[in-house]
Design a protein around this ligand. Structure first.
Ligand code: HEC
Length: 200
């Protein structure tokens, strides 16, 4: 009888130990709220809309948003970030786009590398103009053709870069494209964070 009891106790403690190791500890480490001095900036308004456009257009199919630590690849050496990304970096994101495949570069910190919205608009309209021979597809449906009535809109794509478009037509980014670009420029996870969880 005592032997049976020991068996059951042994099996039970194996389950409890596994549960504690793989459920309780990770939940405590991953769900720690950020402290004021290490909080990722909250995403709001246009940026949130832009994140949805990013998801809807499958950008995460080719781009990751995870910078690996220096001893696990060349992400930091390539300039994709100044540190590895941590769970805290996605604290305000309901659907973080970590991505799986890296056909293009990691975009965790694209906002630190590129800040000019016009550069992003051209990339989305005609990626081959920015990166000749690239496999990144154009996203022309995120742009509108509008008749230029006398004056050109300053956010229209430069005429010399949109060959085949009549001179009285200007190519303007749609609200979705503007939100997407606001989101991309907001991607900056270079603020300092603690890599070790705080002792309670
Ligand atoms: C089929 C794969 C693919 C998809 C889908 C894709 N991209 Fe790309 N993207 C690339 C590649 C590859 C590059 C790098 C350019 C090169 O060298 O060819 C790139 C480059 C970029 C860059 C410049 C990165 C840098 O470090 O300068 C940005 C920004 C970007 N893509 C944003 C997007 C966004 C936003 C979307 C979705 C609307 C998207 N990409 C969809 C493949 C893709």
């Amino acid at each position: 009888m005592f032997k049976q009891f020991l068996w059951i106790l042994g099996i039970l403690s194996c389950f409890i130990f596994g549960w504690w190791l793989y459920v309780i500890i990770p939940a405590r480490v991953l769900d720690m709220p950020p402290t004021a001095d290490e909080s990722p900036p909250a995403d709001f308004g246009l940026i949130k809309t832009g994140q949805r456009v990013y998801g809807a257009n499958g950008c995460a199919g080719c781009h990751t948003q995870v910078v690996r630590p220096a001893n696990m690849g060349s992400d930091i050496a390539r300039g994709w970030g100044n540190r590895r990304t941590l769970p805290l970096d996605y604290y305000h994101e309901p659907n973080p786009f970590l991505g799986i495949v890296r056909m293009g570069s990691d975009l965790s910190n694209i906002g630190t590398r590129r800040k000019d919205p016009h550069w992003f608009y051209l990339l989305l309209y005609d990626p081959a103009k920015v990166f000749p021979g690239t496999i990144m597809p154009p996203y022309r449906y995120l742009f509108r053709k509008v008749r230029a009535e006398g004056k050109r809109n300053p956010i229209a794509l430069p005429q010399e870069l949109t060959r085949g478009v009549p001179p009285d037509i200007q190519i303007l980014p749609s609200p979705e494209a503007m939100a997407l670009v606001a989101y991309l420029i907001s991607l900056d996870r270079s603020y300092p964070v603690e890599t070790q969880p705080k002792k309670p």
